[in-house]
Design a protein around this ligand. Structure first.
Ligand SMILES: [Zn+2]
Length: 56
């Protein structure tokens, strides 16, 4: 009965990200690299901070 896969659990924690500078909820964009790894780009609408996080 354990047939329910929820790979999105990890993704949710990744996407719940506040700006480390001003504490505003950041916009997130998820892309796939050429290797097939997920690359998440965070951008803050308030102060303009942005950075990307790649998954191995
Ligand atoms: Zn900010």
């Amino acid at each position: 009965m354990a047939g329910k896969n929820e790979p999105s659990t990890k993704d949710r924690t990744i996407f719940d990200q506040k700006c480390i500078t001003c504490g505003t909820w950041m916009n997130t964009t998820k892309e796939m690299s050429k290797k097939g790894a997920a690359i998440i780009t965070y951008s803050c609408p308030e102060c303009g901070l942005s950075y990307s996080v790649g998954e191995d």
